[in-house]
Design a protein around this ligand. Structure first.
Ligand code: GAL
Length: 827
C-alpha cells in the first residue's frame, strides 16, 4: 500500500493520480521545516540533510551530540560502494557446504570485497510545526543494513534486526513539534553475515508520516479481488482504523483517473471495515496489460476529513491447480522468470528508480515476465515498477532459518524474528498485483531433519494467516531429503533449485501435481570472452578468471539453460522457471570464489553494467514472442587464430539459418532434437577462423530468407560511440541516464576486444555518478570518472541535478576521436 500521492506513481504514471491533490510533492521541497497545510495526512521522504559517520560512537544517539564534522549525505545511501576493494575484507576460510565443498578454503570476493562491515551512524535534524502537536507521527524505514537501532531526541524508539525488511515506529509520544527533532540511527554489519554483497547503510527510503490520531492504520488497507470475470469483478477492501466510530468512504479510480465506483462502508468488525465493491468490465492486470486501479480511502468524522489513503491495486485472478498448473486470469502460463539480488551494480544497494526501471526494461525486451527477489524482501520501488511495467513477482524472505549457512547469518534472529519479518513483508506489500507467490526460504539447511519440517509448516501457516490468497514455496536443493521427510509435500508449491534430473521423481513423489523451477541454470559467462576448444564443462576455470560466453559452462550443482528448456517445454506440470540470474551481482564470484581479484558474479544474462551477454539472446529467442531474435557469436576479431576451429553459435527464434564466411556458405543448420543444445541453438562447430565478414541468414518455415546479421573483423580503434538509454531526465537530483560507451574502427565496425582506458567529464545540469565495465575482476572503483573498457564496452551513469538544463558528457581515450552527448534535464 502507498499512502496518498506516491512520488513513484507520479513519476511513472501521472494519469493514475490525476485529480488527486499534489500537496505532498510540495512538502518535499519544504524540508526540513515541514508545514502542514490543511491536509489530513502527509508523507515526507527524509532524503536530504543526513549526517553520516562510519564507526562506533557511544553517545551519538544523544540530542546534544554535535555531528558537525560528520559527512553530509543523502538517503538512500550505501556507505560501502565507494570501496576500495580489498581482499582482506570479510575473507572467509570456509567450506561452502551448499556447493558440495567439504574442506575449508580461502574465499576472498564472497561478499564483494567492499567495506560493508562495522558500525555506523546516521543523524538527521528536522522540525515539525506546532500544528502537528495532536497528530500521530510514524517513522517508516523501507530497509536499513543492518540491525538498525532508532533514537529520537536521545530516546531509543525502535529497532529491527533484518536489514532487508520494512518496519515502522509510532513516535507520537517522543516527537517534538515547533522545535528541532534529532533522529539518530545506529547500524551494525557483522562479518561473515552474508553469501553476497549485502550493502550497508540507509540504502532504502525513510518516511515521516503525519496523520490524525483517529486515522487509517499504517499498511491498514488490504485489497483483494476474489471474483474476476470479463463482465465484472468483486473487490474486497478491508480497512483497519485506529479507533472505531468514523465513516469510511472508498472511491475506486481507473488508470485514467475516472471514478468507477464509490462505496460507504456499512459493516465494521471492531476497528476493521469490510467493503465489497463491484467494478464493471474491469481492465485486468497481467504482464502484457498492466492495468492498475487506485482506491482512495477517506475517513470522516461527520463532514470532517480525518484521513485519506491511496492504494494502487490490480484486478487479477491467480490459480495453481494440479494438472493445469499456474493460470493468470484463466489462462495457463509458465513463469519466464529471473532471480535478482538487490544490488544495482555500480550504485551498490542504494535504491534508485531509474536503475531499477532500466533493469526491468532490459528484462522486458528479453521476454521475461517474472522476478524472484532472491533471497529477501524486495524494495517497495521495485514492486511499484513491476506493477506498472508488468512483471509477476515471487517475493522471498530468507536465505537461512534456524540452521546457519554463514556464521552470523539470519539464524541468529530466526526464532525471535521470523514471524514478525513475514508479517511486515505481507502487510507492506500485499496489495501489489505483481506478487503471485511467496517464498519462505531458499535452500535452507533446515531441509534436513524433522525440526525443519516443523519450521516449514510454522512459516507457511503464518503466510496463510496473513494472506490467504497466495501460495507459498521454498527453493529446495536437497530434493531427496525433502521427499523423504515430508518437507516438500507440505508446501503449497514445491520449488526445485536445479536438479533437473530429479524433476520426474519429485513430481511423482510430491502430492501437489506441479513443480516450480524456483532456481535454474546457474550458467556462467563473461561478456565478450570466448574460450577454446569449445567444450561443455562444470566449474571450469581459466588463468584470466573469466568464463566463456559459448554458454557451455556451469557449476557442478547446476546445468545449462537448454536442459531447463526441455523440462519447461516437455512437462506440462512444470510451472515455469526463475533463472539464476538476470544480472551479475556483487559478491559470489563462482567459479572463482578462491581467486582474487574476482569480486562479482558470472551468473548474469547481463553483466554488472547491465549489458546483455550472449546468453541473454538465448533466452530472448524463446521468451520474446513479439520480436524475432537473431544473434550470432563469438565476435570476429581473432588475430592469431587464423585457420583454427572457431565455432559459431546462433541464438534465434527462427528454425534454421545459413552461415557465410567471406561470402562462402558454411551450410544451413536447423534446430533438431538430437540434443538439448541442438534443439535450442544453431551451431557451426568446425568453422576455421579467417578475418573478414561472417553473415547469418535466417529462414522461415518455407525456406524464405527473412533476416540477416553480420559481424566484421574490426581494424584499429578509431572513434568513441555513446548510446544513452534515456536522453531526457527529470531534474530531481536522482534520475540517471545509462550511457554505453564503445569503440569502433574507421568504418564503424565495433572493436570487441579493446580494453583501452576512457575518461569522462560531465558539465551542465548534472554530474558523473558512476561507471562499470562488467569485468568481474576489475578493482577500479565505480565512482571515479575513468575506467578501462572490457570487451570493448562500459556504461557511464550520469545523474541529473535539481536545476533543469542541458547535461554534456565528454568521453576521451588516447588517440581516439572523442565522444560527446547532450542530455536534457527538466522539471
Ligand atoms: C544456489 C543459491 C544461490 C546461488 C546459486 C549459485 O544454490 O540458492 O543463492 O548461490 O546457487 O549457483
Amino acid at each position: 500500500m502507498k499512502n496518498k500521492l506516491s512520488k513513484i506513481s507520479f513519476l511513472f504514471n501521472p494519469k493514475v493520480i490525476s485529480g488527486i491533490k499534489k500537496a505532498s510533492l510540495i512538502l518535499l521541497l519544504l524540508m526540513p521545516a515541514i508545514s502542514l497545510f490543511s491536509q489530513s495526512r502527509k508523507e515526507i521522504l527524509l532524503t536530504d540533510g543526513w549526517k553520516f559517520f562510519k564507526g562506533a560512537n557511544e553517545i551519538a544517539y544523544r540530542k546534544d551530540f554535535s555531528d558537525k564534522t560528520w559527512k553530509s549525505v543523502s538517503v538512500p545511501h550505501d556507505w560501502a560502494i565507494e570501496g576500495p576493494f580489498d581482499k582482506e575484507i570479510d575473507k572467509q576460510m570456509v567450506a561452502i557446504e551448499q556447493n558440495g565443498e567439504s574442506k575449508p578454503s580461502e574465499k576472498t570476493g564472497r561478499t564483494g570485497a567492499l567495506p560493508y562491515i562495522g558500525e555506523a551512524w546516521y543523524r538527521n535534524t528536522f522540525r515539525l510545526p506546532a500544528s502537528a502537536k495532536d497528530k500521530r507521527i510514524i517513522l517508516q524505514f523501507d530497509g536499513a543494513m543492518s540491525e538498525p537501532k532508532v533514537y529520537l531526541n536521545g530516546i531509543k524508539v525502535g529497532e529491527w534486526n533484518y536489514g532487508y525488511n520494512y518496519f515502522y515506529i509510532d513516535v507520537t509520544d517522543q516527537i517534538l513539534t515547533g522545535e528541532s527533532n534529532i533522529l539518530a540511527v545506529h547500524l551494525k554489519n557483522r562479518p561473515k553475515s552474508s553469501r553476497w554483497y549485502p550493502g550497508a547503510g540507509l540504502y532504502r527510503n525513510v518516511h515521516i508520516i503525519i496523520k490524525e490520531k483517529q486515522s487509517i492504520e499504517q499498511w491498514g488497507v488490504s485489497i483483494t479481488t476474489p471474483i474476476v470475470s470479463e463482465a465484472f469483478a468483486k473487490v474486497n477492501i478491508k480497512t483497519n482504523i485506529t479507533t472505531a466510530g468514523a465513516k469510511l468512504v472508498t472511491e475506486i479510480l481507473d488508470r485514467a483517473g475516472k471514478v468507477v465506483a464509490v462505496d460507504t462502508a456499512k459493516t465494521f468488525f471492531g476497528t476493521q471495515a469490510d467493503q465489497n465493491i463491484k467494478i464493471q468490465n474491469p481492465g485486468l492486470w497481467s504482464p502484457e496489460t498492466p492495468n492498475l486501479y487506485t482506491a482512495v480511502s477517506r475517513l470522516y468524522n461527520g463532514n470532517n476529513l480525518l484521513d485519506e489513503v491511496t492504494t494502487r491495486f490490480g484486478v487479477r485472478e491467480i490459480s495453481y491447480l494440479a494438472g493445469t498448473g499456474f493460470s493468470l486470469n484463466g489462462k495457463v502460463r509458465k513463469f519466464k522468470g529471473v532471480c535478482l539480488h538487490h544490488d544495482l551494480g555500480p550504485l551498490g544497494t542504494a535504491i534508485n528508480i531509474a536503475a531499477l526501471r532500466r533493469q526491468l526494461m532490459i528484462l522486458k525486451d528479453m521476454g521475461c515476465d517474472a522476478i524472484r527477489s532472491s533471497h529477501n524482501m524486495p524494495s517497495l520501488e521495485q514492486l511499484e515498477l513491476c506493477d506498472e511495467l508488468g512483471f509477476m513477482f515471487l517475493a522471498e524472505t530468507f536465505d537461512e532459518w534456524a540452521k546457519p549457512k554463514v556464521e552470523n547469518g539470519y539464524h541468529l534472529f530466526f526464532d525471535t524474528d521470523a514471524e514478525k519479518d513475514i508479517v511486515n513483508l505481507i502487510k507492506a506489500t500485499k496489495n501489489h498485483p505483481s506478487i503471485v507467490m511467496w517464498s519462505a526460504g531458499n535452500e535452507v539447511p533446515d531441509q534436513f531433519g524433522a525440526e525443519g519440517v516443523k519450521r516449514a509448516k510454522w512459516l507457511q501457516e503464518i503466510f496463510h494467516r496473513e494472506d490467504p490468497t497466495r501460495p507459498v514455496t521454498v527453493g529446495m536443493d536437497q530434493v531427496k531429503a525433502t521427499m523423504a521427510s515430508g518437507f516438500g509435500a507440505l508446501l503449497d508449491i514445491p520449488g526445485l533449485n536445479y536438479r533437473v534430473h530429479l524433476y520426474d521423481e519429485a513430481y511423482k513423489a510430491f502430492p501437489q501435481g506441479m513443480l516450480l523451477g524456483s532456481e535454474t541454470a546457474s550458467t556462467v559467462s563473461s561478456r565478450g570472452i570466448y574460450k577454446f576448444p569449445v567444450l561443455k564443462g562444470k566449474n571450469k576455470t581459466y588463468d584470466d578468471f573469466q568464463s566463456s560466453s559459448y554458454d557451455f559452462e556451469c557449476c557442478d550443482w547446476s546445468n545449462l539453460p537448454d536442459d531447463d528448456f526441455v523440462m519447461q517445454d516437455d512437462k506440462p506440470w512444470v510451472i515455469g522457471e526463475f533463472v539464476w540470474t538476470g544480472f551479475d551481482y556483487l559478491g559470489e564470484p563462482t567459479p572463482y570464489d578462491e581467486s582474487w581479484p574476482s569480486r562479482s558474479s558470472y551468473f548474469g544474462m547481463c553483466d554488472l553494467a547491465g549489458i546483455p551477454k550472449d546468453r541473454y539472446y538465448l533466452y530472448r529467442s524463446r521468451w520474446n514472442k513479439d520480436k524475432p531474435t537473431l544473434h550470432m557469436l563469438p565476435h570476429w576479431n581473432w588475430e592469431g587464430r587464423e585457420g583454427q576451429i572457431t565455432p559459431v553459435f546462433v541464438y534465434t527464434s527462427y528454425d534454421s539459418a545459413e552461415l557465410f564466411l567471406n561470402g562462402k556458405s558454411l551450410g544451413i543448420q536447423k534446430k533438431n532434437n538430437s540434443s538439448p543444445q541442438n534443439r535450442y541453438r544453431l551451431m557451426w562447430t568446425d568453422v576455421k577462423y579467417e578475418p573478414g565478414t561472417l553473415k547469418i541468414v535466417a529462414y522461415d518455415k518455407n525456406g524464405t530468407a527473412v533476416a540477416e546479421e553480420t559481424k566484421t573483423t574490426a581494424g584499429k580503434p578509431y572513434r568513441i560511440v555513446l548510446d544513452a538509454d534515456r536522453k531526457e531526465l527529470t531534474a530531481d537530483g536522482k534520475d540517471i541516464s545509462f550511457i554505453t560507451a564503445s569503440v569502433v574502427d574507421k568504418n564503424g565496425n565495433p572493436c570487441p576486444t579493446t580494453t583501452q582506458r576512457l575518461n569522462f567529464e560531465v558539465k551542465g545540469a548534472g554530474a558523473f555518478k558512476a561507471v562499470c565495465n562488467g569485468d568481474a575482476t576489475s578493482l577500479e572503483m565505480f565512482d571515479k570518472p575513468t575506467m578501462k573498457l572490457f570487451s570493448g564496452k562500459l556504461v557511464i551513469l550520469v545523474q541529473s541535478g535539481k536545476i533543469p538544463g542541458d547535461i554534456i558528457l565528454k568521453v576521451k581515450g588516447s588517440s581516439l576521436k572523442e565522444g560527446e552527448l547532450t542530455l536534457t534535464s527538466q522539471k
